[in-house]
Design a protein around this ligand. Structure first.
Ligand SMILES: NC(=O)c1ccc[n+]([C@@H]2O[C@H](COP(=O)([O-])OP(=O)(O)OC[C@H]3O[C@@H](n4cnc5c(N)ncnc54)[C@H](O)[C@@H]3O)[C@@H](O)[C@H]2O)c1
Ligand SMILES: [Fe+2]
Length: 436
């Protein structure tokens, strides 16, 4: 780590430190049964339990409901969450939360559910016009002025890490753009991370969410270093996503080792408890890491892809809603991005490749982008991911539209280790069309 600590030497005018936010988390098989005691410990008497329709009648929600009942905590269920939520679905959820007369929230689901619950809690606790807290420049980007109600997050997918983050992501339908709300106040108070939930996860959801986790970790390590970020506010104004820092580095590297070792096994075999447990843990670590460090190009580019491709249905996702799963859109841009960014910090890219299990024999700093890209391509092939953007029906005639679609994401992309403009975006999308 010595070489990486040297990366963080203070610069004239740079931030003096970094801040790490995270929930109190409990990890282990069966911990969903602790939801009731956790709620009682937080002083809750009546909670809103958020989930999606697919999970509402299933065993994970049943376990949490039973635990709440045993602890004497009343519970009212909201199962209207939209997978890949929108401004409209967030506002419907917020209306429910305002009228439900609850003193806290429990979410049981993937990123779509946990993010919706965060937003509903926010607008019920700190009412405001919807765009008030949405990230600038799309929204007004105002700070959340006070606390929100307690939230216990129970993730059921192994990728987003949303149970650990102060981030809530949605699609703003009018602009066909993904954006979000970011505040440390949105970090759930408690996360109950129970790897037993992954037994019921479809293979494609394990693969897509596993690549989301991988990219969170890679983007954390390769983000602009925190003393070099472009908005060096300090103290309580320090942004949630501050750039790469030693704490994120350590967690992200550990997550990458798990992805390299266990992702393929976890996708291939729902009964491989060890592999699915390791992926659940990796997702949580990568969530804590990227919440503090921030994402950059792969996520920024992914939003343009999911905004443009609206005609695909992927097995394991709701049949009535064509969509490109978030983690799939993210990984399709990964090799192209690392080939582009590696020269900015070859040592960090090599470190990522090594953690992911790439063969490092003879690798030099000049090869860093290629070594990392090739290891990711191996993992994509082994998990039957599409072969680049062309496999989604995109070609060079879509490159301008993709670059335009990524423009609202400049806030995220500023966190990249290199500057990108429209010309670089077009190059990155062109290079992401086909990988093998
Ligand atoms: N807030 C954050 O920090 C953050 C980070 C990354 C991604 N996201 C967002 O999260 C959303 C994606 O979330 P996701 O990838 O976790 O998936 P998801 O919540 O969209 O769910 C995907 C599908 O898997 C099903 N599912 C979930 N858990 C299951 C289980 N245990 N068994 C069987 N089926 C199950 C769901 O019902 C759904 O059909 C996107 O909107 C993305 O932008 C948020
Ligand atoms: Fe993500």
């Amino acid at each position: 780590m010595a070489c990486c600590h040297a990366d963080f030497a203070a610069l004239e005018g740079s931030d003096r430190g970094f801040t790490i936010g995270m929930p109190t988390f409990t990890f282990g098989p069966g911990v969903l049964a602790e939801a009731g005691d956790s709620a009682a410990e937080l002083g809750l008497h009546r909670v809103a339990l958020f989930t999606d329709r697919n999970l509402a009648g299933g065993e994970h929600v049943a376990k949490v409901k039973a635990a709440l009942k045993t602890a004497g905590v009343d519970c009212v269920v909201y199962d209207e969450v939209t997978i890949e939520p929108t401004d409209r679905s967030f506002q419907d959820a917020a209306r429910f939360a305002r009228e439900a007369n609850v003193d806290g929230f429990v979410s049981v689901g993937g990123g779509s559910v946990i993010d919706t619950c965060k937003a509903a809690n926010l607008y019920a606790s700190q009412p405001a016009e919807f765009m008030t807290y949405v990230n600038a420049p799309i929204g007004a980007g105002q700070r959340v002025p006070g606390p929100v109600r307690p939230h216990i997050a129970c993730p059921t997918t192994s990728g987003t890490g949303s149970e650990t983050t102060g981030i809530s992501i949605f699609t703003l339908t009018a602009r066909n753009a993904k954006t979000g709300i970011i505040s440390r106040r949105l970090i759930p108070d408690v996360a109950l991370v129970d790897p037993d939930v992954t037994r019921t996860l479809p293979a494609n959801v394990v693969a897509a969410t596993g690549f989301d986790c991988m990219s969170h970790a890679l983007e954390s390590i390769t983000a602009r270093l925190y003393p070099r970020r472009l908005n060096p506010a300090q103290g309580i104004r320090r942004p949630v996503s501050q750039g790469a820092n030693p704490f994120s580095d350590a967690l992200a590297a550990s997550a990458l080792q798990s992805v390299g070792q266990y992702l393929v096994r976890a996708v291939d075999d729902a009964s491989d408890v060890e592999a699915r447990t390791e992926m659940m843990y990796a997702a949580m670590l990568a969530g804590i890491a990227f919440n503090a460090a921030g994402c950059h190009l792969p996520h920024g580019l992914s939003y343009a892809v999911s905004g443009l491709v609206k005609d695909r249905h992927i097995d394991g996702y709701p049949p009535a809603k064509p969509l490109i799963p978030h983690g799939m859109a993210v990984v399709l841009n990964n090799p192209s991005v690392w080939r582009h960014t590696a020269p900015a910090h070859p040592a960090r890219h090599l470190r990522c490749a090594h953690a992911l299990g790439a063969s490092m024999q003879g690798a030099t700093p000049d090869d860093a982008g290629e070594v990392l890209a090739q290891r990711i391509i191996e993992l994509m092939q082994a998990t039957r991911m599409p072969n680049g953007l062309s496999a989604l029906g995109l070609n060079d005639t879509h490159v301008d539209a993709l670059a335009e679609g990524a423009e609202p994401q400049y806030r995220v992309m500023k966190n990249a280790p290199v500057d990108v403009g429209a010309a670089e975006l077009r190059t990155l999308f062109r290079s992401a069309m086909r990988y093998w």
